[in-house]
Write a protein that binds this ligand. Structure first.
Ligand code: GUN
Ligand code: ZN
Length: 435
């Protein structure tokens, strides 16, 4: 008989998107809740007392007043940039040329790719992140390394080979045909295997010729259930460069749209400096915009218009953008999202931030039926937060009058010390003592 496990503590999940400034009935919170797990999935949620009574044989893991949440979902990252995160002093294009491209060159070595993929996923788990959608490098073996490492840990992850055929060093470029052939072979090998999904991945318009964008557009039209990820309108210098490279395009988004790379399964990282036409088109097709706030402040890119984009009905996810982003932590990322929104006069409620980091990102990645919520049928990917992980946080959360006041200090000041445990598919993967 499959074992049944009952996690008890405070529980929090969302059954709809909360408002920007209030939980508005979207939050399901229980101060004495439980999550019943069997066969890798959540089979019941509810009050501790009711679940204990109905399932006396379940093994109970009692988390006391820790907060049980769906695992965090990082909707945009570059795992190959793990070892050069927090590199000093550059803006986007210089940062790519000085730090990123030299590091990505190293992934031609499959042993190095495996080492970093394993290190990266372990760092994610230590930070309570259970799913990520990552760029790999141009090397097919960097994709194999990433999926093999995720498979070994039982994780639901998404990723793809980063395609570039111009404006990048020779060791990091492919050709339109090679981008198509290698992406297709990787898609055939990995897409839908275990909990893995392949993502068609042109890096961004400046590093692809129209021929390469077209080839990847064709691959996407042949595999429309795959996601496609890229970057859009991150820095003003980059936008000016795109205008020079694609004089016939109406705007940056059009450089994707013209070549079949705009669609409802598209993920557009950053999306900061958008023109009205771009915003209209993104909303019309139901594409997802991915907000990367630590990256946007770290590389000096700009302030994402969360309130305006939410009001337009855009689909939005949240992400670290490791290593343009300055931390692996989705807590730090929520903190930065709060601060960026404050600079635009838009305070974001902790419910909205937590929704973005769980269900919101899961839905942006079209994974909302599998992950992102504590509900029967969902895969049991869970993060348990200690709301008093440091003396500074503890003294503030002791004053809290409700769960939102209790969790907000951890969002603003918390790091991996706040991650009490992470569960993947019903298995405890990161016991505190192992750190
Ligand atoms: N634009 C194109 N490539 C990248 C990258 O690796 N990181 C970030 N932040 N922006 C990009
Ligand atoms: Zn990125």
């Amino acid at each position: 008989m499959t074992a049944t496990t009952l996690l008890t503590g405070q529980t929090l999940t969302f059954n709809a998107r909360p408002g920007l400034t209030s939980p508005e009935g979207a939050a399901i919170y229980d101060s004495a809740g439980g999550v019943l797990i069997k066969g890798g999935r959540i089979v019941a949620t509810g009050s501790t007392a009711k679940l204990r009574a109905a399932h006396p044989d379940a093994e109970e893991i009692a988390y006391g007043d820790a907060l049980i949440l769906p695992g965090f979902v990082d909707a945009h990252a570059h795992y190959p940039q793990t070892a050069m995160i927090a590199s000093w002093g550059k803006r986007l294009i210089d940062w790519l040329n000085s730090y990123t491209f030299p590091e990505e060159m190293r992934f031609g070595d499959p042993a190095y790719a495996s080492e970093i993929a394993g290190r990266y996923l372990d760092l994610l788990l230590a930070h309570g992140t259970t799913t990520v959608c990552s760029f790999c490098t141009v090397h097919p073996q960097s994709v194999d390394a990433f999926f093999e490492a995720a498979q070994a840990r039982g994780m639901r992850v998404l990723g793809g080979k980063t395609c570039m055929d111009r404006n990048a060093p020779e060791g990091l470029t492919d050709s339109p045909q090679q981008a198509y052939d290698e992406s297709r072979a990787l898609l055939d090998r990995w897409h839908g295997v275990d909990r893995l999904g392949y993502v068609i991945t042109p890096r961004f318009s400046p590093t692809s010729t129209p021929e390469q964008l077209s080839a990847l557009g064709a691959l996407w039209s042949e595999n429309p259930d795959c996601l496609m990820q890229t970057h859009l309108s991150e820095q003003t210098d980059e936008i000016a460069w795109v205008k020079r490279l694609f004089p016939q395009a109406r705007d940056y988004l059009d450089t994707y749209e013209m070549y079949g790379l705009l669609g409802e399964n598209g993920l557009y990282g950053h999306s900061i400096h958008l023109e009205p036409r771009e915003r209209d088109r993104l909303a019309e097709v139901g594409a997802a915009l991915v907000h990367c706030p630590t990256s946007n402040t770290f590389i000096g890119s700009g302030l994402f218009d969360m309130a305006g984009l939410v009001a337009e009905g855009q689909r939005i996810g949240l992400a670290t953008d490791t290593g343009g982003g300055s931390d692996f932590s989705m807590l730090r990322t929520m903190c930065a999202a709060y601060e960026v929104a404050q600079l635009r006069g838009q305070p974001l409620h902790p419910a909205f931030l937590l929704w973005l980091a769980t269900a919101g990102s899961a839905e942006a990645l079209r994974q909302g039926e599998h992950i992102g919520a504590l509900a029967p049928g969902m895969e049991a990917d869970i993060c348990v937060l200690d709301l008093s992980s440091t003396p500074a946080i503890a003294q503030r959360s002791r004053r809290a009058n409700d769960i939102w006041e209790a969790v907000f200090p951890t969002i603003m000041m918390g790091d991996d010390r706040a991650i009490r445990d992470a569960w993947i598919g019903g298995n405890l993967v990161f016991p505190k003592g192992a750190r």
